[in-house]
Design a protein around this ligand. Structure first.
Ligand SMILES: *[C@@H]1O[C@H](CO)[C@@H](O)[C@H](O)[C@H]1NC(C)=O
Ligand SMILES: *[C@@H]1O[C@H](CO)[C@@H](O)[C@H](O)[C@H]1NC(C)=O
Ligand SMILES: *[C@@H]1O[C@H](CO)[C@@H](O)[C@H](O)[C@H]1NC(C)=O
Ligand SMILES: *[C@@H]1O[C@H](CO)[C@@H](O)[C@H](O)[C@H]1NC(C)=O
Ligand SMILES: *[C@@H]1O[C@H](CO)[C@@H](O)[C@H](O)[C@H]1NC(C)=O
Ligand SMILES: *[C@@H]1O[C@H](CO)[C@@H](O)[C@H](O)[C@H]1NC(C)=O
Length: 478
């Protein structure tokens, strides 16, 4: 695909211009009285969400118009921190796909305070919710994902990384108008899987636009989980991991080593490579690629579109195969039942509860039609490190989709110097995983966790998130 090549060339020539006298608006916590905190008057406040456990914090959901002319609106769900929200940072969470919902995955399966219950009727409280430590904002992005939409059909044909970053950026500024007390709050962006592209891309946009003081957003860092990072390294890691975890044979792996040039713009034009990688994908269809050692969902109610999601591959010549993010399609069923309820949509300010919107956890036509995908965000890492942003990457080590090897290959290519050598980190007296600190970046594994790490290791994940926010080394003693 030509754009892959073009983007690579463009990125190579990106010049990192760091303006030393960067204009800075007051970088501080808002003091009481700085802003009117009339959050209870905010019309997006969620009051009667069916099946919601009782909680002491406020949460808000609704649409933010990102483009009036074309009629584009993005849906968000925002949970204030459980305690003292005014003292805590703001964190935006993004899921990937492309085409998957941060509300369906992140908010109600992984790290939000309410997890969709197995009967699709209600919600259960998540004691490891990340809103213990931060104000958590979940965004369904781009248009066409979840409840987010555009009134201009032609928008859907140009969705890609660039479009997504620009709309997410516009979203933030509009959202701050609804929530002025967060306008100058310390801000982080986090996400997993394909958001490995979204998060650095949005961070770069914020960093660049911050040169205009009126647009300043106090972005301090990014946090990435099993992130897609560099197409060539990601593929190499995927096949090596499949081999080293006994998913494929020595013979298949040898053919791949001999015939696949993942650096090329079209590795699949080599038939041997194409067939051997096809064999990897075939074996992964037998198990859950996102979590090698857990069972697959056998639910009959599972819709065919979701079954496809398990190992969603585009594997034709001239097209880099991509695989959607996602974990347990059974969980996805519960989410679909819940979000398509008229009373739920009404409570979340999505619809009037009569003409309901059709919600699904991932939108395959968005995945299929993705127009531009950055082949490597490593040059953006370099730029953000130079800008002094905190970058942490964690990796569930039982994920076969964006395996720990892919991330290690990418980080090796980055060539940062090691400041703290590989060692275990501990949580509740057990090894949570291993970590290594580089000049400007922290890398940590999460032992025994699949692709969507917090689903498997909620308590460890919260501990890691807390260390990230504090900018502290992970606990290195038992
Ligand atoms: C907050 O309330 C005050 C007084 O009611 C009002 O002047 C102000 O515009 C409100 N701010 C927001 C953001 O709604
Ligand atoms: C999209 O169109 C509908 C129907 O005309 C309208 O109610 C809605 O406000 C529009 N959305 C945006 C973001 O302009
Ligand atoms: C990215 O999107 C913005 C806004 O939609 C547009 O102005 C810009 O030209 C796009 N850049 C590229 C490289 O396509
Ligand atoms: C592919 O690129 C990576 C990093 O850019 C490099 O380390 C590796 O040697 C390259 N492999 C081949 C086969 O060219
Ligand atoms: C909702 O969307 C899915 C896939 O996008 C489609 O299969 C289904 O028929 C739609 N349902 C309704 C009620 O429109
Ligand atoms: C999925 O995306 C397509 C555009 O690719 C859009 O037309 C459709 O409405 C979306 N489906 C849902 C259920 O939102």
């Amino acid at each position: 695909m030509d754009f892959v090549l073009k983007v690579t060339i463009c990125l190579t020539f990106i010049v990192t211009v760091l303006v030393s006298a960067e204009p800075v608006l007051a970088k501080r916590w808002p003091k009481a009285g700085d802003y009117e905190l009339n959050s209870s008057e905010n019309e997006d406040l969620v009051k009667n969400l069916p099946g919601q456990p009782d909680v002491d914090f406020r949460h808000y959901a609704g649409y933010v118009t990102v483009n009036e002319k074309y009629g584009r609106a993005l849906f968000y769900w925002f949970y204030e921190a459980m305690t003292r929200p005014e003292d805590k940072p703001l964190v935006l969470w993004l899921n990937g796909g492309p085409g998957c919902s941060s509300v369906g995955y992140g908010a109600t399966q992984e790290i939000g305070p309410f997890i969709v219950d197995t009967d699709g009727r209600g919600l259960k409280f998540n004691p490891y919710s990340w809103n213990k430590e931060a104000n958590m904002l979940f965004l369904e992005s781009p248009v066409g994902v979840g409840f987010s939409y555009s009134n201009t059909t032609s928008d859907y044909s140009i969705l890609g990384d660039n479009f997504t970053a620009n709309d997410a950026y516009a979203f933030l500024h509009e959202w701050f108008l609804k929530f002025p007390s967060y306008r100058r709050r310390t801000f982080y962006i986090a996400g997993e899987s394909y958001a490995g592209k979204y998060v650095p891309e949005l961070a770069e946009l914020i960093h660049d636009r911050n040169k205009d003081p009126s647009l300043y957003i106090d972005l301090k860092g990014i946090l990435l989980g099993n992130p897609e990072t560099s197409t060539a390294d990601d593929w190499r890691g995927l096949v090596d991991y499949a081999w080293s975890h006994a998913v494929i044979s020595d013979e298949t792996h040898k053919i791949i080593s001999r015939s696949c040039d993942f650096n090329s713009s079209d590795p699949w034009s080599n038939d041997d490579c194409n067939d051997a990688v096809g064999e990897v994908l075939k074996q992964y269809k037998e198990i859950d690629i996102y979590s090698l050692y857990t069972s697959v969902c056998m639910s009959n109610s599972m819709e065919s579109s979701d079954r496809v999601m398990q190992v969603m591959m585009k594997h034709t010549h001239k097209m880099m195969p991509r695989i959607m993010s996602g974990y347990d399609p059974c969980l996805d069923d519960y989410a679909r039942a819940f979000y398509n309820r008229p009373d739920v949509q009404k409570a979340l300010h999505v619809s009037d509860g009569v003409r309901i919107r059709n919600w699904s956890i991932c939108n395959i036509s968005i995945f299929d039609g993705w127009a531009d995908s950055n082949p490597s965000v490593l040059p953006i890492y370099t730029k953000l490190i130079e800008a002094g942003l905190r970058i942490w990457i964690y990796s569930g080590d039982t994920d076969g989709r964006v395996p720990v090897l892919s991330t290690r290959y990418s980080l090796n290519a980055l060539g940062l110097s090691i400041t703290k050598a590989w060692r275990p980190w501990y949580h509740q007296k057990q090894v949570g995983g291993w970590f290594q600190e580089y000049a400007g970046l922290t890398f940590a594994t999460v032992r025994g966790a699949g692709h969507a790490v917090p689903i498997f290791k909620p308590s460890d994940s919260l501990a890691l998130f807390t260390s990230f926010l504090l900018g502290e080394t992970l606990p290195a003693v038992r």
